[in-house]
Write a protein that binds this ligand. Structure first.
Ligand code: ATP
Length: 239
């Protein structure tokens, strides 16, 4: 079963075509990276898969369900971490996790415990979110996204704005969690090294078109490149 099937996806904003016929598949259980430069169409693609934005044409299925016709069912299987997300500043981190867990679980405390573990924020979870650094908020939101054990987690630039240490931690968490739970992860990034470390397979997107899809190793080989960055430059004719 494919976790995500994207076929001929287009999205127009007025006269501007942000997606111009994207197709790619994400297998169940893999960590899949959508990578490309600023403005390539990553967020637009993820928002359509997450049922938050309607495509202009083309089709998107999540575990076999059409995201437009079966949006409610799709929403129950996924969780989505937006690129720019905030949390309620007046709540403590722990109150926030409990508030979210109350929508999902019979056993709220078990889910909160899971969130606590993923966040790695320890005692700081007792403090109000408005006292957190940007990196701490990001970790809290990642915990919130993963603790519900979605079948598919969609992470838009999970390490955006994080310093090296936090980014490293977040990558480790995502990888560990995906392996441990066997959940499917679809993430976007413009950090090719990050993607190389994290992802089983990737799709390169540029100007609203998918130009390559494969494992980082396959893509490196295809372009005789030492790393994904080089492969990307070659694939887009910028090399
Ligand atoms: P980044 O890495 O900078 O976040 P991205 O790959 O996620 O980029 P998108 O946010 O998907 O890119 O945007 C793709 C293109 O569509 C951009 O040119 C953007 O300006 C445009 N776009 C996105 N949303 C809208 C909107 N609501 N109205 C008009 N144009 C939009």
């Amino acid at each position: 079963m494919k976790a995500v099937e994207v076929k001929g996806l287009t999205k127009r904003f007025g006269d501007f075509e942000a997606l111009r016929g994207c197709s790619f598949n994400v297998d169940e259980g893999e960590v899949f990276g959508l990578i490309g430069p600023n403005g390539a169409g990553k967020t637009t693609t993820l928002r359509i898969i997450a049922t938050l934005l309607r495509p202009t044409s083309g089709s998107v299925k999540v575990f076999g369900l059409d995201v437009e016709r079966r949006a409610d069912e799709v929403r129950r299987m996924i969780s989505y971490l937006p690129e720019e997300a905030g949390a309620y500043g007046n709540l403590s981190g722990e109150e926030y996790l409990r508030f979210i867990a109350s929508f999902y679980s019979e056993d709220v405390e078990e889910m909160v415990e899971e969130g606590r573990r993923i966040s790695g924020l320890g005692e700081r979870l007792r403090d109000r979110i408005k006292t957190y650094s940007r990196g701490m908020v990001r970790r809290l939101l990642l915990a919130r996204t993963l603790m519900t054990s979605p079948r598919l987690a969609i992470l838009d630039e999970p390490t955006s704005g994080l310093d090296v240490i936090y980014a490293y931690e977040v990558r480790r968490l995502v990888k560990e969690y995906a392996e441990e739970r066997g959940i499917t992860i679809l993430l976007s990034s413009h950090n090719m090294l990050e993607v190389e470390y994290l992802c089983d397979r990737v799709a390169l997107i540029d100007g609203g078109v998918i130009i390559e899809e494969g494992s980082p190793g396959e893509l490196r080989e295809r372009y005789g490149a030492e790393n994904l960055e080089e492969a990307f430059m070659e694939a887009t004719g910028r090399g």
